[in-house]
Design a protein. Structure first.
Length: 246
């Protein structure tokens, strides 16, 4: 009785190139250079994040992993296509939400996704030295930092010094919210208003302005709904517009 042979596994083009390089005894730089960036514009970066979140939302994630050779090659260089300023909240794992792998995203996380000297320095680095094509400010459903910014002055004064620092960066975005009776809808409006304000602040930065003017960079907003797993994107000027106090 003949035994059926298992199907032959055909490596991808990239894996084949890596294997060939390894057989020739390459340096880590040689291996790093084999990974050609496949995202070269802000528009392509936005579409990749949207596709990744669609996979996550639909339960069809790729959970992209790299080979041992590619992982080691990242010692030499990194090629993220986007930088995401997100919240430290443990329920918002950004690479997972966008179904991206090692080296794909440059993540800056701080409670309330605020733009300050430290986060801005990290973003400037990603734009200037890593050539990221996209900056995303991503807030999320039920953000505790934004909720704290809605408290009274007396309640905020009772918080620890550095928590107050975070809150004061959020307060300008939530001072003039429309009257909304539904608590969930009110919180979403507060978070989205804060996202828009942080995008506005980022767009005033000379490094970011230069990238945008050259067409090499875009700055957008996003809102992650924990309950569903879906991300709403704010890309157009109308979606990102804010009414600044006079």
């Amino acid at each position: 009785m003949s035994q059926t042979k298992p199907p032959r596994v055909v490596p991808s083009e990239l894996e084949a190139r890596l294997l060939d390089a390894v057989r020739r005894g390459p340096s880590m730089e040689d291996i790093a250079n084999l990974r050609e960036p496949n995202i070269g514009t802000p528009e392509e970066a936005i579409q990749e994040l949207k596709r990744g979140n669609e996979r996550f939302f639909g339960g069809a994630t790729h959970r992209p992993e790299v080979s041992a050779f590619e992982r080691r090659a990242q010692i030499i260089t990194q090629t993220p296509f986007a930088v995401v300023l997100g919240c430290s909240d443990s329920r918002v794992p950004i690479e997972i939400v966008f179904d991206q792998g090692l080296g794909d995203l440059f993540i800056v996380r701080v409670a309330g996704q605020i733009v300050d000297a430290a986060t801005l320095g990290s973003i400037e680095y990603a734009v200037t030295h890593l050539k990221c094509h996209l900056v995303v400010v991503m807030g999320h459903e039920g953000c505790g930092a934004v909720r704290a910014a809605l408290l009274s002055e007396e309640q905020i004064a009772a918080e620890a010094e550095h928590i107050q620092y975070l809150i004061q960066h959020i307060r300008p975005a939530v001072r003039q919210l429309p009257r909304i009776r539904d608590e969930k809808a009110r919180m979403r409006e507060a978070v989205v208003s804060h996202i828009r304000h942080q995008v506005h602040y980022l767009r005033q930065n000379p490094v970011i302005q230069a990238g945008v003017q050259k067409g090499q960079l875009a700055v957008i907003g996003a809102f992650y709904e924990i309950s569903s797993g879906a991300v709403d994107f704010f890309v157009t000027e109308q979606e990102l517009s804010i009414d600044l106090p006079s």
